[in-house]
Design a protein around this ligand. Structure first.
Ligand code: ADP
Ligand code: MG
Length: 408
């Protein structure tokens, strides 16, 4: 992707040495009840950029939101102070914490020093992208580094507005994420397929509409497949489905046909009368020839084994796979079967160098973790909302500010 990268920052206008870099990171870290960090993925992903800047002689001021405080109000329970210790340990250097933006702090900030500012959402104007706040924050740095793709879908002062006032670059984690996403959807190795699953069509209409114009094939699974099956004249019993969206589902199928995108719908389904762990199940054919198989008291909770075989064939025929949304109610075994089998197959093809596999979405990452394939996939994005908006083809404010030819 044509973005402004950190090495460019180092090569232009006198380099990074002696400068202060304002870096937008995502320290919205999940915490245990005792306050400790339960998953430090986001902390670790910020380290390459922090280390790069320090090694090149810059001082680093980190900006991040944490949780959802009432906009513009401090809330001690949502302070970012807890990150200073673990970050200091990770970079093996002291980390200072700044409760309120105070410009005097720059007087004793030297090359390689690191400072975290308090939760940006405590600041009035942050979530409204107030230009005055953006300007005030920009005074703390000589350059702005956007390294939080997961916050790139929001036009906030600390993730977008600052870029109006400072030279802006993509951090290393951000650049890595954008490169992988561009490789998967903007200029993929073809044929390219997607698997879209999850609970509801209504949450993913934009995404489906965008994908059918870009893909060679699109497999629809999970609860959202039920609405499509219903539109094709199948019974779905008590399954999760959105009958008011039958027209929309039909439109999407039509648009796919017009765009030459093959649609793969489940050819069989795993049904149960009870949605609970270890429930008795029954596999039901869902082909055009077989209709009315699902009984009124049954629910479709996973796609069936023949569908998994079809998905595997489709993966064999594709060079790129984009995956969002589990194929079944994977949190409740045995309804995790198809998601895990399909994920393991994608992982095997990727390991063998036959497939580029990119996945994202909150529950999707959990499902891929359950299948133990995250490390085998080419790239797994932990940016839930931003990843979905990227799949929807929407412009992301935090990406625009690091893209060449866009305003910044
Ligand atoms: P993501 O967070 O990865 O974007 P979604 O939030 O769209 O994914 O969907 C995930 C949810 O969909 C999971 O909680 C899963 O249990 C549910 N789901 C998948 N298939 C079914 C189904 N057949 N019936 C009910 N829920 C389902
Ligand atoms: Mg979800």
């Amino acid at each position: 992707m044509d973005i402004r990268r950190l090495d460019e920052a180092d090569q232009t206008s006198g380099g990074l040495a002696g400068k202060t870099a304002l870096v937008r990171v995502d320290f919205n870290l999940p915490r245990n009840e005792d306050g400790s960090i339960s998953d430090d993925t986001r902390l670790r992903s910020a380290l390459p950029t922090i280390n790069y800047l320090r090694e090149h002689g810059a001082a680093v001021i980190l900006l991040s939101h944490f949780g959802r405080p009432t906009a513009g109000k401090s809330d001690p329970a949502l302070s970012l102070a807890f990150v200073a210790g673990p970050l200091a340990e990770a970079i093996e250097a002291p980390v200072r914490f700044l409760t309120t933006p105070n410009i005097n702090v720059l007087d004793d900030l030297g090359p390689g020093d690191v400072l975290i500012m308090e939760n940006t959402r405590f600041l009035k104007g942050e979530t409204e992208n107030d230009p005055d706040l953006a300007k005030e924050l920009a005074q703390f740095g000589d350059l702005f580094v956007m390294d939080a793709f997961s916050a790139a879908h929001r036009a906030h002062a600390s993730s977008a507005g600052i870029a109006d006032h400072l030279p802006t670059y993509a951090g290393l984690a951000m650049a890595r994420e954008l490169d992988h996403l561009a490789q998967a959807l903007d200029h993929p190795e073809k044929p390219v397929m997607a698997i879209v699953g999850g609970a509801k069509v209504s949450s993913k209409i934009d995404l489906l509409e965008n994908l059918v114009t870009k893909l060679d094939r699109l497999a629809i699974g999970g609860g959202m497949a039920n609405t499509f099956l219903l539109a094709k004249g199948h019974d779905v019993g008590k399954s999760l489905a959105e009958p008011d969206l039958l027209g929309k589902a039909t439109d999407i199928l039509k648009a796919a046909r017009k765009a030459g995108c093959e649609i793969i719908l489940p050819v069989d389904a795993v049904c149960a009368t009870e949605f609970k762990e270890g429930a008795d199940t029954r596999v039901v054919a869902m082909t055009d020839a077989a209709k009315g198989n699902v009984k009124a008291n049954e629910m479709i909770l996973d796609v069936g084994p023949d569908t998994v075989t079809e998905l595997m064939d489709a993966m064999d025929k594709s060079k790129t796979l984009i995956w969002n949304g589990p194929l079944g109610a994977f949190e409740t075994p045995p309804f995790d079967t198809s998601t895990i089998e399909a994920a393991k197959y994608a992982a095997r093809l990727t390991r063998a160098g036959k497939l580029i596999a990119v996945a994202g979405g909150g529950d999707t990452v959990a499902a891929l973790n359950a299948a133990d394939v995250v490390d085998d996939f080419t790239f797994v994005s932990t940016a839930g909302g931003a990843f979905l908006e990227w799949m929807e083809g929407k412009p992301l404010p935090g990406v625009d500010i690091v893209t060449k030819g866009q305003s910044a």
